[in-house]
Design a protein around this ligand. Structure first.
Ligand SMILES: *[C@@H]1O[C@H](CO)[C@@H](O)[C@H](O)[C@H]1NC(C)=O
Ligand SMILES: *[C@@H]1O[C@H](CO)[C@@H](O)[C@H](O)[C@H]1NC(C)=O
Ligand SMILES: [Cu+2]
Length: 667
């Protein structure tokens, strides 16, 4: 105890306490820097902790009295933990269990000093993949690290985001100690029509969003209750699916067809990606027929689970594990169904409804070596980092999305009364030009290689083409009877299918993409609301490069100043701002633009007018708080619209907009 006080006193003398944000940021950076190697000796305090820290000596600083520490230490001492320099997959039950043991240790820490000591200790003793996953999830969920900015995963574990061709060239540059900057292309060739949309599935920012989403809402989550987690599972993946369909329409491809257990998987996939340890990601040829996967699932079990779920939707209730029936025919139904389909710990009956999504990911990932005869490592579908690269990901999610749709279609359509908000008449809405383009983006590969401390770092980077758009602004005009707070929802929905036929509105609604949702006020009389694309609650800004995070934290600590506290910058979950718009076409692609205003009472929290709580709540909720919108996610497009006349209310406005693609750069 004395030693600890002394250390704190010394640090305060140099300006900052150890639990200051700058210190926390520095510690997290350094724990993740070159994570496959021992901590650098220049990171003196962490290095010291890694050797001298005894987790059992600090259990007084654990909320659980040291239970989690005891469990993990026992496994470590018995040599049960997965060794370093081997791949890690969250879908592997034992590997997940090990990562979770560390998460429980870190989340039980009462202060940051204990968190840091335990992290440094286990970093040097556990599998790197398990450690990275555990640290990311713990930083995301610990109350002590809400403002710490996690470095972009594509710079921490570049192998999972970068083509093997580029990785190979980068190794070469590193070995020759010459700086290198390498172009990364999308996998495959134009002989494959799926190649036209590879820029979306392989976008490293989108992949990063997807991993972070699953870290914010882990299926295994057993901590503090997370509000509407099952519904968020539906909604975030529904939006990815709708977004992908619009991307396909922008490239003259039909929308994705759903996966079918009894039919071949049309599209093969060659990932061109290599594990840092454990060989190449397996390739799948076209038209593969589903095989049972040894030790995971039989195809007929998946078909059975599918039937149980669809049967329950048709009946309108599910069976809980205690035999009671729980109705689905209400606004809560989608949440229950989401938990069942994923499945998460919140599933009311995993025994009966299985784990459709998680099992499907594993079964798809193992189709190249279903019996494990060739000792292939897990496929891209078995990592959230890499899953969306495979066209089968979107087929799988379309299949599950259609199950969710069956449920939503079983609910009564919204009545005029459900939709109306008689205080407001939206009179006019317009948006500045919507123009997309491709640009080059560069990221750092330093963490891809092993190195020695004596060897100078040479800059080695990859650059890749990525979709972006010009910033745009909505101008919304509305007449109000009285002053009030309002909820504003903005969606776009594609107008034509790939054959150039107008999409009937009741089909169209399921393709709608949410662009923004926010709370504001109206005054009696004319109102003009201006909203910028950069303010969208769907998106987050570009991730801050790892190098910059390190520089900023090191400087702040050296100068004894703190870092800015900015929750919004710390959120990793959220579609990249630059992907807010689908690509569109050179001549302009038509979309319906919907602007809906409903009462501010739809907001769950009292402070939504001044506090955006990280401003990525549409797909990612708010950490530790309820989802801010009382309405079902996707409102008002989540229910059937058999009669469009019911949908015509003064507080909704629709108009047609065009998205142009500025095709100056070659893909
Ligand atoms: C049965 O389980 C459901 C869901 O877990 C729960 O809501 C319900 O209260 C339980 N009923 C009884 C009788 O225990
Ligand atoms: C398209 O890009 C070119 C080159 O960057 C630029 O000069 C032009 O103004 C852009 N066109 C539109 C419509 O934004
Ligand atoms: Cu997912």
């Amino acid at each position: 105890m004395k030693v600890l006080f002394l250390a704190v006193a010394l640090l305060s003398a140099s300006g900052l306490a150890e639990d200051n944000l700058a210190h926390k940021q520095q510690a997290i950076n350094r724990l993740l820097y070159r994570v496959t190697e021992p901590l650098l000796s220049s990171f003196t305090d962490l290095k010291e902790l890694a050797t001298t820290w005894d987790p059992r000596a600090h259990v007084g600083h654990c909320k659980d009295g040291g239970a989690a520490v005891g469990r993990l230490m026992a496994e470590l001492e018995q040599g049960q933990l997965r060794e370093k320099r081997q791949w890690f997959s969250l879908f592997n039950p034992r590997q997940r269990e090990e990562a979770l043991m560390l998460i429980h240790v870190l989340l039980s820490c009462k202060d940051f000093h204990t968190f840091k000591g335990n992290a440094a200790f286990f970093r040097e003793r556990m599998n790197e993949g398990e450690f990275v996953y555990a640290l990311y999830v713990s930083v995301t969920h610990s109350k002590m690290t809400q403002e710490v900015i996690l470095p972009p995963l594509y710079e921490v574990t570049p192998h999972l985001f970068t083509n093997s061709e580029v990785i190979r060239k980068a190794y070469e540059a590193k070995m020759l100690q010459t700086p290198g900057r390498f172009r990364m292309t999308f996998t495959g060739t134009l002989k494959n029509s799926e190649q036209r949309v590879a820029y979306f599935g392989e976008d490293i920012g989108m992949n990063s969003h997807h991993v972070h989403w699953h870290m914010d809402f882990p299926f295994w989550w057993d901590g503090e209750h997370i509000d509407r987690k099952g519904e968020l599972f539906f909604w975030a993946h529904h939006q990815l699916t709708a977004r992908f369909d619009s991307e396909r329409l922008s490239n003259h491809l039909p929308i994705v067809d759903e996966l079918h257990w009894g039919r071949p998987i049309d599209e093969g996939f060659a990932p061109h990606t290599v594990y840092k340890y454990g060989g190449e990601f397996p390739t799948r040829p076209d038209n593969l027929v589903f095989e049972d996967v040894a030790g995971v699932a039989r195809v007929r079990d998946l078909v059975e689970i599918d039937e149980r779920i669809r049967d329950s939707i048709a009946r309108g209730f599910v069976y809980a594990s205690n035999g009671s029936a729980i109705s689905l025919r209400n606004e809560r139904g989608i949440d229950i169904l989401g938990d069942i389909i994923e499945s998460s710990v919140y599933s009311v009956n995993e025994q009966y409804y299985g784990s459709l999504h998680n099992q499907a990911h594993r079964v798809l990932g193992a189709q190249s070596d279903p019996l494990g005869k060739f000792k292939m490592p897990p496929g891209v579908m078995e990592h959230f980092e890499t899953a969306t690269r495979d066209p089968a990901f979107f087929r799988l999610h379309k299949y599950m999305d259609n199950i969710f749709k069956e449920h939503k279609d079983s609910l009564p359509p919204y009545s005029k009364k459900d939709l109306e908000y008689d205080n407001v008449l939206v009179t006019y809405a317009e948006v500045s030009e919507l123009v997309t383009f491709f640009e080059d983006f560069e990221f750092d590969l330093t963490n891809a290689f092993d190195s020695t401390e004596e060897l100078e770092d040479v800059p080695v980077t990859a650059y890749v083409s990525r979709l972006n758009h010009k910033p745009f602004t909505f101008d919304i005009f509305a007449n109000a009877k009285r002053d009030d707070a309002v909820t504003v929802r903005i969606h776009i929905c594609p107008r034509y299918d790939s054959n150039g036929m107008q999409i009937p509105f009741d089909n169209n609604r399921w393709r709608c993409i949410e662009l923004d949702k926010f709370w504001t006020t109206v005054k009696a009389g004319e109102n003009h609301i201006v909203r910028k694309s950069t303010e969208s609650s769907v998106t987050i800004p570009d991730r801050i490069p790892f190098k910059t995070l390190m520089q900023q934290a090191d400087e702040a600590v050296a100068n004894g100043v703190d870092l800015p506290h900015d929750i919004a910058r710390a959120r990793g979950c959220g579609l990249p701002q630059r992907l807010l718009l689908p690509k569109g076409t050179r001549t302009g692609m038509q979309f319906w633009l919907f602007v809906g205003m409903t009462s501010g009472d739809d907001g769950v929290h009292d402070d939504l007018l001044e506090n955006t709580h990280g401003n990525t709540h549409s797909n990612c909720g708010i950490h530790g708080l309820k989802y801010p919108d009382k309405r079902p996610m996707g409102f008002p497009f989540d229910r059937r619209i058999p009669d469009f006349r019911n949908f015509i209310v003064g507080n909704f406005l629709s108009t047609i907009v065009m998205i142009h693609h500025n095709d100056t750069e070659e893909l």
